[in-house]
Write a protein that binds this ligand. Sequence first.
Ligand code: SF4
Length: 336
Amino acid sequence: MNLYLGVDVGSVTTKYALVNEEKKVLSSCYLKTSGDPITALKEGLTLIKRHFPSDGEIRGVGTTGSARHLAGVVVGADVVKNEITAHAVAAITLIPEVRTIFEIGGQDSKLIIIRNRVVEDFAMNTICAAGTGSFLEHQADRLRIPIEEFGKLAFEARQSVRIAGRCTVFAESDMIHKQQLGFGKPEIIKGLCEALVRNFINNLATGKNIEVPIVFQGGVAANQGIVRAFKDFFQGKKTIIVPEEHGIMGAWGVAILSMGHERESTVFQGFDVIHKNFENRSFTCEDCPNNCEIVILKEEEKIKALWGSRCGKWVPDLVERKLVETEDVLLEYSEK
Ligand code: SF4
């Protein structure tokens, strides 16, 4: 059986999707990246291996997400695509008539406009944390509410409390102020969900024509409080669909994209990657005012990939010499 693997590595979560030739998801996983994408990649691969069909063979691998290049080297990717394309492909596959995609993940949010099954426009918010899943998680933690119950609690609110959602600092101090005024947790949570939705619309949707159906995806789509806040914002006039696969849409989309790769065979590194040792290092190149941060990925002591040079001067041999020099200087320094 021909299979395709999609990997979406974000700064907060790492997702895998294993897909067959009919683009159906056979297995998937959703893990915390916890600041260590390489470990998250290995853990995800371990889970995928556990449910891997005995007659299955990986024919293509795709990676997406903010650590897509790193994931592409570690796992071995035939295609490396940005999140906009990956999310759009999955949504169009699932709901061909989709016109708008709302995607809210752990660290960023996106609005994608689709017309005739093609991305026509998009906007992405990578700067303001107030409209993301990590902000919600932080506030849930502060209010001592499990994040899974956060959305449900919003439904218990008897009224809405307006929370300033322009930025995390204002939102948090406004929430504390509203608590001090005696408002209950359900009201504050409902207010927070509405603030996040206003933030999303103001930052990403201004001047854009939001046509239906809207597909809402990303980890935050699991939060019923946010779904209802979106529906309320549009006064129930716009259809918002939350797919069952909302958390793994990026991984699913890039797995589908890997089906079209043009190599003779996949560059998938195999499940042995789980047992390999990888090490990440970096240094700042001071050879010109650009001061590029050169990131080095080593696999079992061998340089596997390099990133960050704007001029391309850093090749493995040169980096190896630089690392030896740096180590010599450090040794000399520590011996003094
Ligand atoms: S890598 Fe190239 S562009 Fe970047 S700082 Fe060094 S010399 Fe300049």
